[in-house]
Structures are given as C-alpha cells and as structure tokens.
Design a protein around this ligand. Structure first.
Ligand SMILES: *Cc1c(COP(=O)(O)O)cnc(C)c1O
Length: 646
C-alpha cells in the first residue's frame, strides 16, 4: 500500500489535454477565452479566437518570476475587458437593427463591480465609440466618474442613496454639459434635487427607480419585490410625477430604471421583469412624461460553472439571449401601448469584468490522512483493544471490507474512550489511529473496483481527500465563496497533459478554519473534491482561481492582515514571440502597509525592537554583529510581502 506505486501506475495511464478540458469543464466556463495548449498549460485566447494570439499562462508565471514578483498574484487580462465591452455593445447594436427597433443602446458600466482605475479606464476606452458610460452608486464613485468619463454623449447614471453633496456633485457635472442622470431611489431625494437645482440654476436629468413586483432569482432575490431597499413603490412614483407636474418640471424625468438583482440565473425572471418594467414605462409615458431612456439595471449573469443551468453559479441563457429578450419585449409592449421606443440602458458589470482576472496561488504543502504515520507493529504486551484493531487490518479483504470498515469506526470510538479512561498509552492510541486510517485507505481502494458501493462508503473519498495548502487567502481573493458559497472555476496551470491522481480540497494560509474550499464546480458527480496532481519535490504547482474580476479582487478583506496581492496587467501582442507583454506590475501590500492601515506605527515598532536587542547586546547575550543582523531582519520583514515566501 505504498502511495508512490499507485501514482506510478496512474501516471502511465493514457491522459490527454482533451481529458483535462472535460474534467475541468474549461471550454464551458471559459467562453472560448480559456483553453489548454499542447504543452499542457492553461492558455488564453484574448480575441476569443483559437487562430488569434494565444497566451501561455505558464510563460506568464515564468516571466513574473524573472521580475522577482512573488506568487500569489492577481493577473488581469485587459484585452478580455475590451472584448466583453465590444461584445455587449455590438450585440445590442445588431439585435436593435434586426428588430427594427427605433431607439439606441446606451450602456453604462457600474463602477462598484470593479473600481480599479485601470479597469474603468480600459472599459471607457473600449466603449468610447459606442458612447458607453458609467454608473456610480456612491459619492466616491461619482467623484471618480466625473473625472474619468469626459464623453458628453455618454450617460452617467447615479444610483444609491444620496445626500445633498452627492446631488451637488451631480449638478456640477450638468454644468459641464455632461449627461448625468440622478436616479431617485427614495422620495426625499426628489425634494432635495429640486431644491439644489434651483441653487445651481441648472436643469437636472432625473430617473425614477421602481420597485418591481418581479424578483430576481438566486442569491440577490431581495433586490426586487415590495421589501426591496431601493426604489419607489408605484404610489410613490405617482406622487413624484404629480409633484414635478405641480412645478411644471415633469420634463426633467427622462429615465425609468429598475434593477432586480445581480447574477440572475433564470432567463424567465428577466423576461418577467422586462415585461413589468416596460408596462410601467408606457403608462408613465402616457401620463405626459416624455421619458427617453429605459434602464434595465444589471443582472446579466456569468456561467461560472459552465453548466448552463439555473444553479446559483450558472445561467440558463447567453448574452445574446439576454439582449434579444430585452429588445424584443420592450418593442412589443411599446408597440402595443403605442408609445415610441425608448433608448435602452443596461448596467451590466459582472458580465463585463468577471472573466478578465484570475488569481494564481502556489500549493505549498499538503495535509493528509495518509497511512504509515506511525509504526504499527504491536506485540502481546499491547492492550487487547489495540491487538484487535491490528487483526481487523490484517484480515481486511475484498469480501469483508464493508463489515471491517464498520467495525473500525466502532473500535476507534472504543480506543478513544479507553484512552480517556487512562487504560491506553499515548503510543497505543497512535498505533490504533494509524491502523484506522490504513483500513480507510485500503477500503477506498477496494471500493474503486467493486460494482455496488454502499451509500456509507461513498463519502469516504471526501473524508480521505488531501488538503492542499494554497499560499493565499480566500477571504482576500474570493470573498464571495466564503460569504455566499459562490463557486469559481479552479484548476492547475501546468501538467494538464498528465492525469491528476489526487482528490483534494483546498485550504489557505489564514488561521481560520473557514479559509477552505471544499465545494467545486460540478465535475462529474462529486463536487466536494478537486482532482489535482501529486506534488513533486522542488517543483512549483500553481493553481488558478478564475473569473474573479467581478466583485472579488477589489472587495477582499484583511483577514490575518494578508492584504492585497501583487498584481500584473497582461496585454496580448501578436508581434511578440510569446503573444503577450506585461504592461504593469503593482506591488501588493507589504507587512508595513497593512499594519499602518491598522494604526500601527511601524517605525516606532522597529525602534522598540532595536532597543531590546541592544539591551541584550550590552548584557553580552547577543554579539554586536548578530544584534545588527537581527534588527535588519525585522526591518526587512516589515518591508516584505505578507504571504509565504515560497
Ligand atoms: C450592482 C448593480 C449593478 C450591477 O449588476 P451586475 O449584475 O453586476 O451587472 C447594476 N445596477 C445597480 C443599480 C446595481 O446596484
């Protein structure tokens, strides 16, 4: 039962990159951007075209190493951002033309989904020719949007709760001739807007956000419905219209908005919301309000697991299906109601950014329940309980494995109880526990070859799975996995032409037992473990967590003060032999910066350490030379990366 031999036989089994593609479902979640090349490395096609440039992820890692950038690292593929922006705008353009729809599309990117300046700038640049704008939901986001988006033909849509300064900033934008739309989320904002418009002597553009009765499906269902936090109820909407009419300002209302939640998994929910929204839109229009824009909010989902289903981490529709539903339903209802087709606005964030970034972490160690942990020879001087356990082990075979397994579980309990009562020695307990794991591993191997596997044995794979230790923090890099159980595709970067022989779960280096991943996108039937390769001495084994570009890499938290990752921005370049170049490298947090964020005075701390070491030097307990070395080392660590140096 030597593990090495098992692996050897498996290694020689035929395994191709096609097998890896199926196993990790990469062609499904990767949307033609991600695949595996003939070297067995993960590869990226930034143009969604297997004949276009192809970036070898293994080469990217080698290059960042040559620049002395350590893993874990956050990698952004800026081309994927551009490509998604263009795809969304082109799709709307095409469907609008096909449908002979009279309005235009004015998309906006919601900054909150990924606020990184380079991300927002890239999106604006890619969307410039489509008059693609921005959506802001807070004062700081508005401050950024005002400075970043200088295209006066594109929209800036303002959502979120607003104080008077927020509204003043919006009207400052109006003074600069920008199409800034104040979306009223609660009634009092309307009163304030009217007041501040007078103060600024400028015409505001107002949007009304409605609470639809249609609710999103999935995790964000509470963004819609009567109890939604944002938006006006139908009575409030009527009240608002009448209020502006009483001031003869009803022409200020130009946009109708709703947002029923993010990652809508079921296309029927979208159809439902668009129908209800379009109906309300038409009725408002008929009240004599010259609405111009119909804003469907966000919600366009990402198929994280590639299953094309209504599971929480998937969607049962494509971007094209979504766009067709929006355009055709609005057209149909407006035609029925004899209302002119409005311009369509959408606020897709997740679908634009999710694909463009990933996190690469090294596996630095493994924690396993492997056999051979302690020598199990025992003799007649050992307690009868231990000897019985040994007999179970020696007599285990293909005919009695189920019985033996059940006995082993029972006997393990007896052993622990006997130990607690002082009957067994520590050594005897070690022997018995080792025998227990040996039995489990052998039963697992037997189970592989039998036809009928009893229910209680099926979970053994998970119990016996190895835990691979990732040099990173899941709280920092995939907070939604921990917070709401969202799944992300995870797979190795290299050796994809080799059979993965180890069933694993992943744990991170935070001192928190929640820092683990034991639920993976559904690969075959068992989703609680991920097949990975055996670790080789002296060889790095990098693993990627993909589709982290929306809501993840910018939310992160400071659990254990690990902080931000080193980050690189990769661009495709057909002229370069590697098909890529790294434009930017941004250092992650070092220990000094995370500590300063928590109000520590790191220079003072270095002085305290120096003084204490000096004292030991004066006492003669440390040599002066060693004293200097130790002080320097403390300071060097302060300046160093927070993650493991490995
Ligand atoms: C968060 C949010 C969005 C973005 O939604 P996605 O599902 O990421 O596209 C759009 N509009 C509003 C009002 C939001 O709050």
């Amino acid at each position: 039962m030597n593990e090495g031999t098992t692996n050897k036989t498996n290694d020689s089994d035929a395994w191709s990159i096609e097998d890896s593609k199926r196993l990790y479902n990469i062609e499904q979640w990767g949307q033609e951007y991600f695949s595996i090349n003939n070297n067995g490395n993960l590869a990226i096609f930034p143009e969604q075209d297997s004949n276009g440039p192809c970036i070898d992820m293994g080469e990217v890692i080698d290059e960042i190493k040559s620049h002395k950038i350590n893993l874990p690292v956050l990698v952004r593929f800026q081309d994927l951002l551009r490509s998604q922006v263009i795809k969304l705008n082109e799709t709307f353009g095409r469907v609008i033309k096909e449908a002979k729809y009279q309005g235009q599309y004015f998309g906006v990117y919601p900054i909150k989904v990924n606020q990184m300046r380079e991300v927002v700038e890239e999106i604006l640049d890619a969307g410039h020719d489509y008059n693609y704008g921005l959506e802001a939901g807070s004062k700081p986001e508005l401050i950024a949007a005002l400075a970043l988006n200088d295209n006066t033909s594109s929209l800036t849509v303002l959502n979120g709760f607003k104080d008077q300064d927020y509204l003043r900033l919006a009207l400052l934008g109006r003074k600069m001739d920008r199409k800034i739309i104040i979306v009223v989320e609660k009634y009092s904002e309307l009163i304030d807007t009217v007041k501040i418009a007078e103060e600024f002597n400028v015409e505001p553009i107002i949007g009304f956000r409605a609470k639809l009765s249609s609710r999103g499906s999935g995790k964000w269902a509470s963004s819609g419905g009567d109890r939604a936090k944002f938006g006006l109820s139908i009575p409030e909407l009527m009240k608002g219209i009448n209020f502006l009419k009483s001031l003869n300002k009803e022409h200020w209302i130009k946009l109708f908005h709703f947002h029923i939640g993010s990652q809508i998994t079921d296309i029927r929910t979208i159809k439902d919301a668009i129908s209800e929204g379009a109906r309300i839109f038409c009725k408002i229009h008929k009240l004599g309000i010259p609405l111009e824009y119909f804003d469907v909010g966000g919600g366009l989902g990402v198929d994280y697991d590639g299953s094309r289903s209504t599971e929480d981490s998937s969607t049962n529709y494509t971007m094209n299906d979504y766009v067709e539903d929006v355009v055709y339903i609005v057209k149909q209802i407006c035609d029925m109601e004899k209302v002119p087709h409005p311009n369509i606005v959408s606020e897709s964030g997740r679908a634009i950014t999710a694909l463009h970034s990933c996190v690469i972490m090294n596996i630095v160690d493994q924690i396993s329940t492997d056999s051979n942990q302690f020598p199990t020879e025992c003799n007649d001087t050992n307690h009868i309980l231990v000897r019985n356990f040994r007999d179970l082990w020696t007599e285990l075979n293909e005919d009695n494995f189920q019985e033996t397994y059940n006995d082993a579980i029972q006997k393990k309990d007896e052993i622990i109880n006997a130990f607690k009562l002082g009957i067994l020695s520590l050594e005897e307990r070690a022997i018995a526990e080792t025998l227990y794991w040996k039995i489990c591993h052998k039963v697992k191997d037997i189970v592989k070859h039998v036809e009928f596997v009893p229910e209680e044995l099926r979970e053994m794979e998970t119990t016996l799975a190895k835990q691979y230790l990732c040099n990173g923090s899941f709280f920092q890099s995939v907070p939604d996995h921990w917070a709401i159980g969202q799944l992300f595709p995870i797979m190795p970067i290299k050796r994809l032409n080799e059979r993965p022989t180890q069933l694993c779960t992943l744990v991170d280096i935070t001192c928190d037992s929640d820092g683990k991943i034991d639920h993976f996108i559904n690969l075959e039937e068992n989703s609680s473990t991920l097949p990975l390769h055996n670790l080789k001495e002296g060889e790095e084994y990098p693993v990627g967590i993909f589709l982290t570009g929306a809501y993840q890499d910018v939310i992160g938290d400071m659990h254990n003060l690990f902080g931000q990752l080193n980050e690189i921005h990769v661009f495709a370049d057909d002229e370069d032999p590697t098909d890529f170049y790294i434009e930017e490298m941004i250092s992650g947090h070092n220990c000094e910066s995370v500590l300063s964020d928590m109000q520590y005075n790191t220079s003072y701390m270095a002085v305290v350490i120096k003084k204490q070491i000096d004292k030991q030097v004066q006492k003669g307990k440390i040599s002066p030379r060693d004293g200097v070395k130790l002080t320097d080392f403390y300071e060097e660590c302060l300046r160093g990366y927070t993650y493991l140096k490995k």
